[in-house]
Design a protein around this ligand. Sequence first.
Ligand SMILES: NC(=O)c1ccc[n+]([C@@H]2O[C@H](COP(=O)([O-])OP(=O)(O)OC[C@H]3O[C@@H](n4cnc5c(N)ncnc54)[C@H](OP(=O)(O)O)[C@@H]3O)[C@@H](O)[C@H]2O)c1
Length: 320
Amino acid sequence: MRAVRFERFGPPEVLGVGSVPEPHAGPGEVRIAVRTAGVSPVDLALRAGDSPSRDGLALPHVPGVDAAGVIDEVGPGVTGFAVGDAVFGAVDVARLGGASARFAVLAFWAAKPDAWSWEEAGAAATGVETATRALDLLGLTGEQDTTLLIDGASGGVGSIAVQLAAARGARVLATGRPASHAFLTSLGATPVAYGPGLAERVHALGIPRIDRVDRVLDVAGKGSLDELVALTGSADSVVTLADFTGPGRGVRLSLGRYGGQPDGCHGLAFAAEQAVRGRFRVPVQAVFPADRAAEAHAAVATGPRRGKTVLDLTTLASGA
Ligand SMILES: NC(=O)c1ccc[n+]([C@@H]2O[C@H](COP(=O)([O-])OP(=O)(O)OC[C@H]3O[C@@H](n4cnc5c(N)ncnc54)[C@H](OP(=O)(O)O)[C@@H]3O)[C@@H](O)[C@H]2O)c1
């Protein structure tokens, strides 16, 4: 089958369209004819050869974790889904290769809500799974009067975490560069600039009822943990997704695998329900056709981020 792939680790230009073997759905899996696939920082790290996951990776490799499309094979043991269903989800990259292909096997998925375009659906799964896992770990149940600060909120994970936290009833402060503040406001957050001096800027907001920060989600992992812990007064109130110094500072580091999160389904279904009610969207910053995957990777590397970058893979079906 045709796929976006790379045959050696390196810069974005190693990406091209070529042939790879077709995957097939195993037990508990579905295969989709892929319409769209998200581009994530982890895809860039693996392509560059900077990820520990490169060890043992078969080349050529198809990048991409998130995808959306129409089911064309249903594996043994799968119930509630059939050939022809429109779904979004994530692949188990290490086992069956990535999502940027004519066909991909999903390890977890949910029904695509009609409210989402194919581009939104293809961008959703990892951000939703990651944000759901982090908000659960922070104990954001929706029952308490909580102010949550999200550091690095304008990107793929952050823009989803902002909305899911608001759906749980939290007041959300969201950091981003000033040019992204209108975007963060549109997601339901109060924006504040990231970087040194964050505590002063939070207090200077002067917003009634935001006199304290109860919890912090560090999405960016840009070395701000000490200041983020100081905001809440307790390392227990902070979770990081990307700062590996966290555990040494008493901060919980939440890691997923590279694809393959069978317990992610509950978060996907909740996000899809929220979408149907008009309460959740997947911000898509840019869409590139398959033959411009190198440009897509370069765009994600340079920022600024306002949601996800997505590949349109429908041209792979026509051979164009
Ligand atoms: N642990 C897990 O399970 C898991 C899962 C998925 C992703 N991740 C990791 O989480 C991180 C974010 O992923 P993503 O997909 O959201 O990436 P992304 O789309 O590239 O977004 C990164 C965000 O960080 C912001 N940022 C840049 N410099 C910053 C700074 N100094 N302080 C605060 N924010 C800053 C960016 O804002 P500007 O663009 O405006 O500068 C952008 O909003 C990556 O390292 C990724 O590998 C972890």
